[in-house]
Every structure is written in C-alpha cells, then in structure tokens.
Write a protein that binds this ligand. Structure first.
Ligand code: COA
Ligand code: ZN
Length: 298
C-alpha cells in the first residue's frame, strides 16, 4: 500500500508574514484558492498576533472571513496568547496552532515569554479551544536552535512536549525556525519527544536556511512522521529571527516524496504554477528548486 504523507501548507502565514511584499486581502485569498486547487486540504491561513509585532498578518480576520467555506480545506490560525486564541475562535478557524518556544532569548523577542511561560499560556488557553470544539495543535519554535544563543536544550523541548500533551494538544510540530537542524538532530528530537509525549501525533516544520531542509524531511519520514509543514515557493522567514529564510518548498517536498512512491494528494504542476504566480505578486523570485528546474521526468 502507498504510504501517505500529508503536507500542511504554511505559505499564507509563515510565508507571507516576513516577505517584503504587502499582499492585499484579495491577493491572499487568490493564493489560498490556488493552493486549494492544487489539492491542499490543511493550511495556515493567518495569524492572530499583535498587528504591531507582525503587521503583515493584521488582515487575518478579513482573510478568514473571505475564504471559501464550501471547500474541504481546514484553515489553521496561529495564536500565541489568550487574545489570539479568542480572536482565532471568533474568526471560525478550523484548527488553532499555538506557538511554544524552546529558548529564552528568542521567546522574549518573539512573544515576550520564556519557554515555561509559553507552556503556562498554552495550559491557560487550551480550554478555550476545547470548549469551542476546535482542534488544537502546537508548534515548538526554535526547537533545534536559537538565533541569539545557539544550541537549545533538548530537555526543554521534551518538557514542552509533555506539557502540550497534558494541555490536550492533538498534534505537535517541532519547528526548526532558523534552519539549524541536521537530519541526525531531527531523529534525536523525534525519539526524545516520543518518550516524553507518547500520545501526541508529531508533525515537523523545517526552514531551509542552511540547505538541510529536504534532508531533514527525509529523516523525519524515515522516523515515521506522516505530516510535514511546507510553503509554496519556499517563501517565508521569521521577523524575529535574523537571516531566517523560507520553509522547505511544498513543490520540492512533493516532488521528492512522490518520486519515491509516497502519496501527497497534491498536484505538482499546479503548485509550480502557483509558485510562478507568487513571483509576479511578490515582485521577486521564490526559492523553490522545482519552480526553476521543472519536474523530472518532464
Ligand atoms: N492580537 C492582537 N493584539 C494583541 C494580541 C493579539 N493576539 N495580544 C496582545 N495584543 C495587543 C494588546 O492589546 C496590547 O495593545 P496596546 O499596546 O494597544 O495596548 C499590545 O498588543 C501588547 O499586549 P501584551 O499582552 O502586553 O503583549 P506583549 O507586548 O507581551 O506581546 C504578543 C505579546 C504575543 C502579543 C506579541 O509578542 C506578538 O504578537 N508576537 C507575535 C510574534 C509572531 O507572530 N512571530 C511569528 C510567528 S511564531
Ligand atoms: Zn516557521
């Protein structure tokens, strides 16, 4: 039987939050519709954070109000605090992804929280999502390295995972926010989190900042992970992580996996077309390899 790997498309959130271009709500909705036409069924469509902290996501309520709800897509909202959680519920998010942080320095700058404070915030906010009947997931950001202080203690990652499980998080992503992980780090972190949070479904979130993105996807799939975050075109970065570049590109991940016999349910030609369309609206080239080289075999 063909093994299925599900891609969570994060371009409309992680991708656009740091791009120099300012897309209109209509352009964001067109991006989302194009991704849906390419088969995307789960995507981070916006983020309910402070508009002062991340101005590019200030229009997320309008984006959520504008998405076509007759389609089967699950629109995921990012939240980092109670206000964000309430706003995401109000916007009728299909899922809420909460952000935990594995290191102090990045946590202070990104969300004004220490790792433990982010876990306490999750514990406080989780009941709101549960009461609203909205599936709750979480991402541990900078799980493989902090842009300011370097290596991250894997014990902290394990402790956050255990606390996420206790808060009733159904799925947890390990986030390599700054592209610091190697495939061997990926294996080690997955093994550790499986011990500390055995009931939580694991997802992986990689940035390709140092060229190890696809190798890390390979390591995750080999370790039995079935859900991978990726952004069309490989766009993105984090406003609070200097030099962080985009996520692994959806079309590159899809090509690699489908070439190897996995099933993703995504239409590679349409993804490439969307990446090329993105270049026209962003006004700059995107990073994905497939949008330059094309599919092999053609
Ligand atoms: N949505 C909108 N506004 C929010 C908000 C939210 N979720 N949370 C707080 N605010 C507003 C408050 O109302 C307050 O506004 P005011 O200055 O007009 O009174 C202001 O933001 C500060 O609120 P406070 O609770 O003191 O938050 P903070 O200054 O400690 O910042 C965060 C905490 C989480 C709101 C902020 O750091 C943030 O939004 N970070 C986002 C980081 C991010 O998205 N990174 C990329 C993805 S991981
Ligand atoms: Zn990211």
């Amino acid at each position: 039987m063909t093994r299925r790997i599900d891609i969570v498309e994060v371009g409309p959130r992680d991708g656009l939050q740091n791009d120099p271009a300012n897309l209109s709500v209509a352009q964001k909705l067109e991006f989302i519709a194009r991704l849906e036409a390419a088969g995307v069924r789960r995507m981070e469509s916006g983020s309910f954070v402070s508009p002062k902290a991340v101005p590019k996501m200030a229009d997320s309520p309008a984006v959520f109000a504008g998405v076509d709800r007759t389609r089967p897509t699950r629109h995921i909202a990012l939240a980092l605090n109670e206000t964000g959680m309430r706003r995401a519920i109000e916007a009728k998010a299909d899922e809420i992804n909460f952000v935990l942080v594995a290191s102090e320095a990045f946590g202070r700058r990104n969300q004004g929280m220490s790792p433990q404070e982010s876990a306490d915030m999750l514990a406080k906010c989780a009941p709101l999502a549960h009461e609203a009947g909205i599936p709750l997931t979480a991402t541990i950001s900078v799980a493989f390295g902090d842009p300011y202080t370097g290596d991250v203690d894997i014990a902290v990652v394990g402790s956050l995972a255990a606390q996420a499980q206790r808060a009733g998080v159904a799925e947890l992503a390990l986030g390599d926010t700054i592209g610091a992980a190697t495939p061997w780090d990926v294996r080690r972190a997955i093994d550790r989190v499986r011990i500390e949070a055995p009931d939580v479904f694991l997802r992986m979130h990689f940035h390709d900042t140092r060229g190890a993105g696809l190798a890390n996807v390979f390591a995750a799939v080999e370790a039995g992970i079935d859900v991978i975050d990726a952004s069309c075109g490989g766009i993105g970065g984090c406003p609070f992580a200097p030099a962080a570049t985009g996520n692994v590109a959806t079309e590159d991940v899809v090509w690699m996996l489908e070439r190897a016999g996995f099933e993703t349910g995504l239409d590679l030609a349409r993804l490439i077309e969307t990446a090329k369309w993105l270049e026209t609206v962003l006004g700059h080239p995107v990073a994905s390899a497939l949008s330059r080289a094309g599919v092999f075999p053609a």
